[in-house]
Design a protein around this ligand. Sequence first.
Ligand SMILES: [Zn+2]
Length: 270
Amino acid sequence: MKAVPSRRLCAWALLALSVSCASSRGQADAAGSQNASVEAPGGAAPSQGEYTLAEDVSVRRLAPGVWLHTTLGSGDYKHIPANGLIIEDGDGSLLVDTTWNAQQAERLLVWAEEELHRPVRAAVVTHFHSDRTGGVPALTARGLPVYGLAETARLAAASKEPVPTRTFEGGQTLGSTEFFFPGAGHARDNIVVWHPSSGVLFGGCFVKAGDAKDLGNLSDADTAAWPASVARVQERFPQARIIVPGHGLPGGPGLLTHTQELLRASPSTQ
Ligand SMILES: [Zn+2]
């Protein structure tokens, strides 16, 4: 595991976390409605609720210090919602997955700075597809590091997608979070992001939502390896309470077992 390469980021990461252990409130938030929309109190940092930042960008509190961002695709992916996180850490925050495009990512960066008062200091992409990497140019335009597996950088470059600028192999910790490569699944390079103080595990497209009836886009999947990879996540993060899929509503650890069930039922794994 590499040391955090940025001195500034390191100083930021060393600041004490203001995030307390997630309470049952976090679970209630995870299960709550995505439709309720509230305005940020004037001048104060938001602490709860859902914020519509643009027609195609919204942010919702999942747990103390952890926000779910959801953005809508366009073109071939029109209206497809994709999830990511903003994880508060000291006086900054980490962006987990960068949305479909730079405009959406820029909207999140402005919100984190001006409303949350915790500017994004770094981002991580959880695999090379465009719903994860599309907003990378907004980060690099500001000189912010974007982390990803070395394999993600290779695959993104080969697919002409934006490429993460700080690469690692297997896993890395950054501030209050851990990035973990469990093995291939939805893609050869999918990682999960673990935030221990809230119990939130971001599974990305490697994990399916509770109402998903199939495994979704399998164009780059390894369905033979996927079940063992999910088992590695279950084994490594038994404390995970809130699991966030790449698309659809967050849930509990049942999303991992649901993904296993879909894998068992999938014709591609027979
Ligand atoms: Zn994908």
